[in-house]
Design a protein. Structure first.
Length: 129
């Protein structure tokens, strides 16, 4: 694991504290690094109309793409206060969004530890045109 991996894991945990999650109390943070070396973060933002909720991973990705980035090297995802014994992986919609921008690696953060996966391990049969 590289120092960038640790930095992304730490940033993901930190940004999760800023999540707006009054309904589920399921706070997710994400930090990504693009091929150009820029780092973007995001947290989930809930809405009383649940379909309007945006995942933390998606917020980070949308920020990166809106700044002209086109390829994600690595994204770290952390969930705090999840009441789960195991690490929380990104949902299917977020995985598909990661696929769209050729994500290479996904880091899943669990308490004080993290695991790094090749994207193909997280979404083995992604949908592409």
């Amino acid at each position: 694991m590289s120092s960038n991996d640790q930095k992304l894991a730490d940033l993901a945990k930190e940004i999760a504290k800023k999540a707006y999650a009054p309904y589920s109390n399921f706070r997710v943070g994400a930090a990504l690094i693009t091929d150009s070396g820029n780092i973007y973060t995001g947290c989930n933002i809930e809405n009383a109309s649940y379909p309007a909720t945006v995942c933390g991973e998606d917020v980070a990705i949308l920020k990166a793409i809106s700044e002209g980035e086109t390829k994600i090297d690595t994204i770290a995802v952390a969930c705090i206060d999840a009441k789960s014994e195991t690490a929380i992986f990104p949902c299917g919609i977020s995985r598909q969004r990661m696929s769209e921008f050729n994500t290479e690696h996904v880091i899943v953060v669990n308490d004080n530890d993290f695991q790094k996966y090749k994207f193909e391990e997280v979404l083995p049969f992604d949908f592409k045109f």
